[in-house]
Write a protein that binds this ligand. Structure first.
Ligand code: CO
Ligand code: ZN
Length: 329
């Protein structure tokens, strides 16, 4: 198996906010092609990697898009106003560094006079250091997208990076694929587009594939920090989480049970996940056509949707092992 952190580093560096997945799609294609029986894309920008078998059709889905920023207006001063691509956490934006697809970088800041509680996205701006509108327009146009900038870090077993949501899920799927020498089932690894704006890519991919069973792979929140709004049992480093439910889905109990049984055979520690905030591709896939038996494997992650998310490398490696074992037999 290739090194998961190495794969992750290649993926977190690739540009790919929702609807602009070209660069990340190429990166994933390059990494997964050697282990696959063919790769194709569709009109919505989903990347679908095949591993052929004669049995049941199984769809695996990890979204490859990220949250980000879309330029809506450029002030006379050269400061840039933006709209949200996906769920931005306003309390975590100030001071973050962002990057446009052409490499231009900027700083996120806000209008100080506004009370924090009244501070909507309209009171934030991106400062690329331009001294005027004309200067800013040489670098950035209305409709350009930006993403969080940064580097990825491995502290012992702890990964720290922007966009572990969900480049970590993509790295887990590539690692799982690389570990499957032969498969009874017919496998479709979907690196889906536009999840962060409403599970859009997974919806059309699921229709097209018409699978017998599906697994969504994504990050999930944890309950292991002080003063959290929601109590949650999931902890960083205690193993991958078997999804029971989130706001978009109640998983098929048979799929969750299968995952738990396989984890036991592999001696992998797993946790049960019920996430009260946020949905996943699982929700869109389950409701496709006549309905699809759907489950999920999630990587416990702190600070989701901030510039510095944190997850465990061993949870991720174990998730890849569990997935490879489950879908290939
Ligand atoms: Co997300
Ligand atoms: Zn996600």
């Amino acid at each position: 198996m290739p090194d998961l952190f190495e794969i992750l580093s290649k993926l977190t560096g690739a540009f790919g906010p929702s609807g602009r997945e070209d660069e990340i799609s190429r990166a994933i294609c390059e990494l997964s092609k050697p282990y696959s029986d063919g790769v194709y894309t569709d009109a919505l920008g989903n990347l679908i990697v095949r591993k052929k078998g004669n049995g049941k059709k199984i769809m695996l889905s990890a979204h490859m898009d990220t949250i980000g920023f879309a330029v809506t207006y450029i002030e006379e001063s050269g400061l840039i106003r933006f709209g949200a691509v996906g769920g931005l956490d306003r309390e975590q934006l100030a001071g973050a560094r962002v990057r446009f697809s052409n490499g231009v970088k900027g700083v996120l800041s806000f209008e100080e006079k506004m009370d924090a509680k009244d501070r909507t996205l309209n009171h934030f701006f991106i400062d690329i250091g331009a001294r005027s509108k004309t200067e800013a327009e040489k670098a950035v146009k209305i409709g350009d997208f930006a993403v969080f900038d940064g580097t990825e870090v491995l502290n012992g077993d702890s990964l720290i990076s922007r966009y572990l949501d969900n480049r970590l899920g993509c790295a887990v799927l590539i690692t799982a694929l690389s570990g499957i020498k032969s498969t009874k089932n017919d496998l479709y690894f979907v690196f889906s587009s536009q999840e962060e704006v409403g599970l859009r890519g997974a919806q059309t991919a699921a229709f097209q594939i018409n699978a017998d069973m599906a697994l969504a792979v994504d990050v999930t929140s944890t309950g292991d920090l002080p003063g959290l709004k929601d109590k949650m049992a999931v902890k960083l480093g205690e193993g991958p989480a078997v999804k029971i439910a989130d706001r978009s889905v109640i998983c098929s109990p048979d799929v969750s049970e299968l995952l738990r049984r396989n984890a036991e055979s592999l001696k992998i520690k797993v946790q049960n996940e019920i996430m009260m905030a946020g949905g996943t591709d699982a929700g869109a896939i389950q409701r496709s056509r006549n309905g699809v038996l759907t489950g999920g494997v999630s990587i416990p992650t702190r600070y989701i949707h901030t510039p510095n998310e944190m997850a465990s490398l061993s949870d991720s490696v174990d998730a890849a092992r569990l997935i490879a074992y489950t879908v290939s037999r």
